[in-house]
Design a binder for this molecule. Sequence first.
Ligand code: PMP
Length: 290
Amino acid sequence: MKIFIDGKYYSEQNAKISVFDHGLLYGDGIFEGIRAYNGRVFKLKEHIDRLFYSAKAILLDIPMTHAQIMKAVVDTCRQNKLRNGYIRLVVTRGIGTLGLNPNRCKKPSVIVIAGKIQLYPPEYYKNGLDIITVATTRNLHNALNPAIKSLNYLNNILAKIEANNGGVEEAIMLNSEGYVAECTGDNIFIVKGNQLFTPPLSAGALYGITREVVINLAKDSGMNVSEPNLTRYDIYNADECFLTGTGAELIPVVKIDGRVIGTGKPGAVTKQLVTKYHTLTNGSGEPIYP
Ligand code: PMP
């Protein structure tokens, strides 16, 4: 595997960053998870735009332009002969001192890794996930806004540990008011009749790129889509539930906190959206091999 770090490619063994990098010392940095399908990078511009929004929110000056980063992502895929896979784009604050002051960091580092990801075992895509609500609430937006895709993922990791300890693969995180926010690495949707619901971004959900794609696919197929605050009661009584994310793609949920959702099997609307999603991912995106 060849890994891009600040304009050069390194082998896996030699791809290293300093122990003084504030990405390591403080989780000070930002990232994107991107997928390539069929020789194309899906929604690349949208991911790079979101990276720059995260950077702006944490006052991090990315030392490359949008176009240069897009090229670095595509070139790293080509270097690795990747046609289908997962790309991790990371920008760290860079090398600093042992104090947390980011002003002491000289220059942010840009890293691109093009590899593979399998977030959940394949059988769950067929049979659906069993998930639980956890006690760890999603970060407050006036503390660490969940819209920032920062390298500080401890909030999500703590929720994931609770899910693991509860014997399930994924956790629903509520916000401090008790409304559903999202899962540890995915947005959440429910279906009720011909209506699709997902929590509003203000509830503490990431501006998910898959979320946006799915909203548009559902609208195109005549569904009514809205973003109200959702309680646990709402999701327990949904006809269907599924999660979305670049890594997860679309994955059905069939049980929440011991309550069976709908028929207990992945629903028809979810299955239709999965098919539409894959038709779109296979046929669009930034070509890696023009
Ligand atoms: N929420 C969180 C917390 C995430 O980390 C992610 C990305 N893995 C998502 C939602 C989904 O976002 P996207 O569809 O852009 O990958």
